[in-house]
Design a protein around this ligand. Structure first.
Ligand code: NCD
Length: 298
């Protein structure tokens, strides 16, 4: 595996993390039209649905002078003829991209495949295993808005068990020293890592938190029999329940939002809501990551 692959956050050193955040700061202060020379090519292989992550990587590539070449979905590709994902990635790697950005399901062992590829691989959402760039962009947004991450109390609400965003936050919080707690229906809570607390009600969690991150109810990953009724009543964020949350807190969601499930539509008007700032910071973070990869991942 290339030294600058990013499959999970456990292997990222403190030095690499501070370099990525420093590059993100540099990116955010530069003009969006820096008119760079072409510096390379990136293969984007997205085998699960995506709007934000795929386009965010495409914008990031364009702004960094890296030409994105995208395979979006199985339709029209040789996967429809029965070619395996491993063979697909190996063949794309043989076209010598400077990096590969991959979104795939749990049936693929992305970490294992990345070991056999020449190009660095960035995980753009791998089944329920992790979504490192989403956790990094969330952390960058919190850092920008609050000035620090250490000891920040982040409450994850809802479908924690099926969320790869939550899985990556469990890893990143260990590295960056923010605290995580969860609140949600028992069916949606995983076995919690050491040190992660769970609140029986949303109100109690909100009283504890500096940041509340609602997670999408991941219907496509639920097994038969997973049915949570009255989710919005008990676990949805609304102006009523946000009365229990601090005035200078942050309300986040990785998107896409199921309106009136995780969030009521009025929440978008709440000045504490930073959902679109997360999207903006996503491009900065991914530009930074592309720079970091092109400089060899040091
Ligand atoms: C997330 C994902 O795909 O895991 N979305 C995203 O990348 N912005 C969250 C989700 O789908 O719920």
């Amino acid at each position: 595996m290339s030294a600058s692959s990013l499959i999970d956050l456990k292997s990222l050193t403190a030095g690499a993390l501070s370099r990525i955040f420093a590059l993100s700061k540099e990116v955010s202060q530069q003009s969006l039209k820096s008119g760079r020379q072409i510096r390379g090519t990136a293969a984007l292989v997205f085998l699960e649905p995506s709007t934000r992550t795929r386009m965010s990587f495409e914008f990031a590539c364009a702004r960094e002078g890296v030409v994105p070449v995208t395979l979006s979905g199985e339709a029209g590709s040789s996967l429809e003829k029965g070619e395996t994902i491993h063979d697909t990635l190996t063949n794309i790697d043989a076209m010598s991209p400077d990096l590969m950005i991959v979104r795939c399901g749990d049936s693929v062992d992305l970490a294992e495949i990345a070991k056999s590829l020449h190009a660095p691989v960035i995980n753009a959402g791998w089944g329920k295993s992790g979504h490192p760039t989403q956790a990094l962009l969330d952390a960058l947004t919190i850092l920008e808005k609050r000035g620090r991450l250490e000891a920040t109390r982040v409450l994850l609400v809802g479908d924690v068990r099926h969320s790869r965003v939550a899985a990556s936050h469990f890893e990143l919080s260990q590295k960056l020293g923010y605290q995580i707690a969860v609140a949600g229906p028992l069916e949606f809570l995983p076995t919690l890592p050491a040190g992660v607390i769970s609140f029986a009600t949303l109100e109690e969690g909100l009283q504890w938190a500096d940041v509340v991150m609602a997670l999408r109810v991941q219907k496509e990953r639920h097994g038969p029999g997973t049915a949570v009724t009255d989710f919005h009543q008990r676990w949805g964020l609304s102006p009523r329940v946000l009365n229990h949350f601090k005035k200078d807190g942050l309300v986040m969601h990785p998107g896409p939002v199921n309106w009136d499930v995780e969030l009521s539509t009025e929440v978008l008007q709440d000045p504490r809501t930073v959902i679109l700032d997360q999207v903006t910071h996503g491009v900065f973070l991914r530009q930074a990551l592309i720079r970091w990869v092109l400089e060899g991942g040091q």
